[in-house]
Design a protein around this ligand. Structure first.
Ligand code: SF4
Length: 684
């Protein structure tokens, strides 16, 4: 429905979709959101929004939104009162702890929820349930970025700011389709490339940015590490390294140089399917155009060597002294609006608030929380699902996270979910996970119906403002978690009158955000951490002075492990997966908005040669089958992809790609290998 004329009022808030963190004004007319418009003075989005922020707000009032609590009885969902639903959830969680110990329950947090809600989620797991079994959707996207950057640089977050795109003398974009997935960032990169700034794109597909690139390295899926290592070797062999930086600010170079001996450009070229001379050109551009800024996406992280790939990119920045400078750095383009925040808040089985290891952060938490923490380390999201399949995990509380659609190898995910005795779901919609396995459903408030903050991909904390009351009987995650804690006899540390009081506790336990107050956010707009006191302006560039934990960054030794997903006679294509401009992830939100009309369906990008060999024309259905399962999508014939490398978006049910993706996981973080699956194709 399109209205003409001015809305009654406007509410400024932060976009609920990607990690760019654009600010938008929601227009309200007669108690409904009727418009979303860009905010001109937003430091992040500077008067722009993409098609998601601009038009995809209608999910808030979607007819199928669940707004009453429900309990499943005799196989059918029944609407019940909040008291009944909360009692049922608390009994199920307590029962699981009694039967299997605190390790028998787990909590999955949402990277779509606010910082305050995520903080309460992990506090709930640790204090109310007594377990570190808490994780978030970062596990299925950028956990390798946090771990990899943490290993090399000491801090697992973007080193620089989006504004540095305009300061960079060269841009290296790796495994990131920014014009579709982070469109406001992507547009800035494209503008710089059109202004003559060298752009190197590493991506199997000819994305919009790849088409603008000075050098496009279209590597074979799964071969990131050989390519990154060869880039490092060229920089060293050709005398392009910043020796003064290396000497003063790093350690471990000697062994690292030795480890690169195998990766000549020629050998890497053979492994990756690119030209050796293009590897040299890319390395020279990166090393000789200072400052050079690296931005990477899930094309780096969602591989069995995702963390190793991130470390290898960080090495390139160390070799060339591209750290601690405006216009430089290593910058993961975070996927979900608050995926940085959910991890920083401590929704991680081995880390507390501030993404600090348990031992290091305890001293800050104990005086505030007033309780000892469980000793046994927790399980990751993948570990929890595995444990459910083995009967070790009995109950799971899942907030804003459609596990069945999101995790790779859906058949195994479903088998594992079957092992649960109770699954409590907190969400806006009847997710596929809830539909198949849920036992209690607690309806959640949408991002437009609550107060709080999000943290974008450049570490900026920004306000989320309530435009409407929660729809129906839905409640914010804060209210739900605090009510559950009361029922579990742990209510004391969960009595917060509002989101701001939660944020103020976060400031107490995490020194890096002590200087960020709601009053400052209102006055000044978003602020980037570290911000240790209220007179501090925030930090746009990390590592200007030194690196945490001893002051030096560390080169790590990385061995290449080829993916088990290789083309064979029976499965001769390598499937890649990702998003499109119009939709977000499983389209749970965007699919219920006008964006559904702009691009209603998923698609399978198929090279014309592959389409011809299958006898398929544009728009015809193709069945994709791997060793793990299959799905069917409509073909989109395009030379954006190479022969033998189809690409599927994952925006619709029941044709979700994780029916075919495999069990491969990053060896450090367990992040699934979404980006390469050997498949067979046939005309459906
Ligand atoms: Fe929202 Fe991301 Fe689009 Fe900005 S770029 S409007 S944050 S989806």
């Amino acid at each position: 429905r399109i209205r003409h004329g001015q809305p009654d009022r406007w509410v400024r808030t932060t976009c609920p979709y990607c990690g760019t963190g654009c600010e938008l004004d929601l227009g309200l007319t007669d108690g409904r959101i009727t418009e979303s418009r860009p905010v001109l003075d937003s430091v992040v989005s500077r008067g722009h929004l993409c098609v998601k922020g601009r038009y995809a707000f209608g999910f808030q009032e979607a007819e199928d939104r669940v707004t009453r609590p429900m309990v499943r009885r005799n196989g059918a969902w029944e609407e019940v009162s909040w008291d009944e639903a909360l009692d049922a959830a608390a009994v199920a969680l307590r029962q699981a702890v009694m039967n299997a110990g605190p390790g028998g329950v787990g909590v999955l947090a949402s990277s779509r929820a606010t910082n305050e809600e995520n903080y309460l989620t992990q506090k709930f797991a640790r204090l109310a349930l007594g377990t570190h079994n808490v994780d978030c959707c970062a596990r299925v996207c950028h956990a390798p970025s946090a771990t990899g950057l943490g290993q090399v640089l000491g801090t697992g977050a973007a080193t620089n700011s989006f504004a540095d795109i305009e300061r960079a003398a060269m841009l290296l974009v790796v495994g990131a389709n920014a014009t579709e997935n982070h469109p406001i960032v992507g547009a800035r990169i494209r503008q710089r490339a059109r202004a003559g700034v060298p752009l190197v794109v590493i991506d199997p597909r000819r994305t919009e940015l790849a088409a603008e690139a000075t050098v496009h390295l279209a590597l074979r899926p799964g071969t990131n590490l050989p390519l990154f290592q060869a880039l490092a070797r060229v920089i060293l062999d050709e005398g392009l390294a910043d020796l003064a930086f290396i000497q003063s600010r790093t350690e471990g170079l000697e062994a690292f140089v030795t480890s690169l001996q195998a990766w000549t450009p020629e050998r890497a070229a053979a492994a990756c399917g690119v030209a050796a001379e293009d590897i040299r050109r890319a390395a020279r551009l990166y090393a000789t155009s200072k400052p050079a800024m690296c931005l990477h996406g899930l094309g780096v992280t969602e591989h069995i060597q995702g963390t190793d790939g991130v470390m290898a990119l960080a090495h390139l920045a160390l070799l060339t002294g591209n750290l601690g400078l405006p216009g430089a750095g290593v910058n993961p383009l975070r996927g979900q609006n608050n995926v940085q925040g959910s991890a920083q808040m401590g929704c991680e089985p081995t880390r507390l608030t501030g993404y600090r290891p348990l031992a290091r952060a305890l001293a800050d938490h104990l005086p505030v929380w007033g309780a000892a923490l469980p000793e046994a380390p927790g399980l990751t999201a993948m570990g929890m699902l595995d444990a459910a399949g083995e009967g070790r995990l009995r109950a799971l509380l899942v907030l804003g996270y459609d596990v069945l659609l999101s995790h790779a190898d859906a058949r195994t995910t479903a088998e594992n979910l079957h092992g649960l005795e109770a699954l409590v779901v907190v969400d806006l919609f009847m997710t596929e996970t809830a539909r198949a396995f849920g036992t209690v459903f607690l309806p959640a408030a949408s991002p437009f119906e609550k107060e709080g903050t999000f943290m974008n991909g450049e570490r900026r904390v920004q306000r989320v403002r309530q435009a409407l009351p929660p729809k129906g009987d839905s409640r914010s995650d804060r209210e739900i978690l605090c009510a559950l804690a009361e029922r579990l006899g742990a209510g004391g540390p969960f009595r917060f009158p509002d989101a701001e009081s939660v944020w103020n506790e976060i400031r107490q336990v995490w020194p890096d955000v002590q200087g960020i107050t709601y009053a400052r956010l209102e006055r000044e707009g978003g602020i980037q951490w570290p911000c240790p006191d209220e007179s501090h302006p925030g930090t746009a560039v990390l590592h200007a002075e030194g690196f945490p934990g001893g002051g030096r960054a560390a080169f790590r030794l990385l061995d290449y492990t080829p993916s088990a997903q290789v083309a064979t006679d029976t499965h001769p294509w390598l499937l890649n997966t990702g998003r499109s401009l119009f939709h977000f992830n499983a389209a749970t939100m965007t699919g219920r908005t006008r964006n559904g009309h702009l691009r209603p369906d998923n698609g399978l990008e198929l090279h014309p040669a592959d389409a011809a060999s299958l006898g398929v024309v544009d728009g015809e259905a193709v069945t994709v089958t791997s060793r793990h399962g299959s799905f069917t999508l409509l073909a989109h014939v395009t030379d954006r992809v190479r022969p033998g490398e189809p690409f599927a978006t994952f925006h619709s049910v029941p044709a979700f790609v994780n029916q075919a993706t495999g069990p491969g996981r990053d060896r450090h973080t367990g992040t699934p290998e979404y980006k390469v699956t050997a498949v067979a194709l046939r005309k459906a």
